[in-house]
Design a protein around this ligand. Structure first.
Ligand SMILES: [Zn+2]
Length: 283
């Protein structure tokens, strides 16, 4: 399985267009690497590619990833697997709207929340919308077997009231039938659960929510489990040294954006990676 990290920043990208903090300014000055909003792509056969979320920058991200360029007739992008209903993970659907037959997987409450958008998108080209939590998982063209696993998380802000179905956020386990390689993609995690720990323990690689380095780093930090601290995700990851561990979805408040930071040195020490946009690896 080939995995391409198309984007590795939190929703606003890095630098954020409307922010003049020291890190965003440094990125504008070319002193820190810029990053586009988090999403990724996977394939089992290098012909059928599946997007994991689709960011507002998906056009530029696909343009930068030659493996996903369209062939003589059509795009190798077969569909999208949504981890949740956050606008930053959905926005690219509007860019992809003319792709015929695209198949999008999401959890039932996310599919329901997207009903009006689905009507609009289907007018451009009929798409297939599928339940990611379907019993037993699902198979993607190219030989990838996928199961989605609910993780603790709040509904997106645009959903009114409290829905009964609480399965708003999922992590994906993607296995290549040919190689046996297993990727766990979990870019939004607010609590380290036993389910997540089991998923990581049995994976070859986990791409994990690294939005905030420290608790209290941002006003709404509780939505994302911080990297550091006694209950941070790094402590959990250190229990799984045999797994390739990569942080993604970095907010502009996160010192991991600076390759020279003490935070990044701590990552190197722990054997945990922070990769650049466009990074590709094979499982
Ligand atoms: Zn900033």
């Amino acid at each position: 399985m080939r995995v391409v990290l198309l984007g590795t920043a939190a929703g606003g990208g890095f630098p954020r267009w409307n922010c003049a903090c020291a890190r965003c300014a440094a990125a504008r000055d070319g002193k820190l690497p810029t990053r586009t909003p988090e999403c990724a792509a996977v394939t089992g056969n290098s012909r059928d590619w599946w997007l994991l979320n689709t960011s507002p920058d998906i056009r530029a991200q696909l343009t930068a990833a030659s493996a996903l360029w369209p062939g003589p007739r059509h795009t190798p992008v077969r569909g999208v697997l949504l981890t949740d209903g956050e606008p930053d993970h959905l926005a690219g659907l509007a860019v992809l709207r003319e792709a015929p037959g695209l198949k999008t997987y999401a959890a039932p409450p996310v599919l329901a929340a997207l009903a009006p958008a689905r009507v609009a998108l289907d007018r451009h080209a009929p798409w297939e919308w599928a339940d990611s939590l379907t019993e037993g998982g699902f198979v993607l063209s190219g030989g990838l077997v996928v199961t989605a696993h609910p993780v603790v998380g709040e509904p997106p802000g645009y959903v009114p009231g409290r829905a009964k179905d609480r399965r708003w956020v999922t992590a994906y386990r993607i296995e290549d039938l040919a190689t046996g390689g297993v990727l766990v993609y979990a870019p939004r995690v607010s609590t380290w659960t036993a389910v997540l720990d089991d998923l990581v323990a049995a994976a070859d690689c986990v791409v994990l929510d690294g939005t905030h380095f420290a608790a209290g780093e941002a006003a709404r930090a509780g939505r994302h489990l911080p990297v550091s601290g006694p209950v941070g995700s790094l402590t959990a990851l250190t229990r799984h040294p045999h797994v390739r561990r990569v942080y993604t979805h970095l907010a502009d408040t996160n010192p991991l954006l600076d390759p020279a930071s003490a935070a990044r040195a701590q990552m190197s020490e722990a054997g945990v990676e922070v990769l650049a946009d466009g990074a590709e690896f094979v499982l």
